[in-house]
Design a protein around this ligand. Sequence first.
Ligand SMILES: Cc1ncc(COP(=O)(O)O)c(C=O)c1O
Length: 447
Amino acid sequence: MATDYSHLSSFERERASVFHSWSAQASIKPLMVKSAQGVYVTAEDGTTYLDFSSQLVNTNIGHQYPSVVAAIQAQAGLLTTIAPQHGYESRYRAAELIVDRSFDGAAKVFFTNAGTEAVEHAVRMARLHTGRPKVLAAYRSYHGATATSINLTGDPRRWPNDNGSSGVVHFFGPFLYRSAFHATNEEEECQRALESLESTIQFEGPSTIAAIILESVPGTAGIMVPPPGYLRGVRELCDRYGIVYIADEVMCGFGRTGSWFAYQHFDVAPDLVAFAKGVTSGYVPLGGVVINEAISATFNDRVYPGGLTYSGHPLACATAVATIEAMENDGIIDNARRIGDEVLRPGLAALAEKHRIIGDVRGLGVFFALDLVADRATREPLAPYGSSSPALDAIVAACRQEQLLIFSNFNRLHTVPPCTITPDEAREGLARLDRALTVGDAYYTGS
Ligand SMILES: Cc1ncc(COP(=O)(O)O)c(C=O)c1O
């Protein structure tokens, strides 16, 4: 018998029937959204929020970008789906545009539905290409929620999903503010992180390691921009030991850091690149793997044992084409870089002058993190690793009160607006954040 939902509010209907990600279902209070435009999201009650989170750091061109919405509508009128074994224009156009913006030696794109599948397939390709089983991944990382990618993930969301036999070995990447190597400057941190990684490779056995996977700038784990030379050092280690270098650009790619891909800031060419999110700004789900010539050639005469019903979905690929063209034609990537250099970096530094709970400000483009501390001298996090705290809950609630959507994780706030944000909108967001942080100042226990 059909259930009668009509007496329930929309909030109650959502809560009654939808099972939400990463949540204890009884404790969540989703914001009920009515519409969104540009960098603003309007709730059902009419309140409008400035989106400093880009949803899940994916609406890189903001909401409802007219040319992309028009391209989706046009594609829907032409052909909404086609099986992956057929060829189709929007699919090869998207692949061409992505390869053209990638590293020298990039050959092909394998399309997936999302980031986690991109990571799964990149690892599968690396294992088949090398004939080796293990993958090295950073502790401070997030790579996705399916079987391999959640085991690659370093953060505590792995723990309940860790099957103990995934073939993943974790290591510490560079992160000077919370150095695992007792380093006191970026050069030391870089050198020691590379030495430690090389020891890990040697002690694990190079002939057992298929790939090293790294977010070029780790996102959810804290936006730690790697020191100059680190990614090139990883590239050299991979070359020395015959290991495939996989760059996970799912969050940091497609304009987020002020370049097409974040690895391009560091003058390095990976072998495989996993992407998703910003490639379509999330308007239609799409992910994929950029594959270099050598790995692509491995599967010229040998069957690649992997596929997806929706690999290269025409609607998603048409969205990617329109998104990339909008980014290119409308100067969106340059805008992200300028907003980072001219508004976010100085603006967040000014907030750090004022609020002692801000221990560290780091990032680039529209990809910045505030590392919040209870004490600047000890750098004690304002929430413990792996969970929240009353202080963080209060600050996030204050952001909501200020009509600011913000990304928070453990003791951090991430200011990650769309790449299309204007200087005035960014300044407005910083003003709202300033007021919200005042609520957190009461939790500072240092001198
Ligand atoms: C770096 C990184 N890799 C992979 C993923 C997984 O992507 P998806 O959620 O689209 O599966 C994410 C998601 O946040 C991510 O940030």
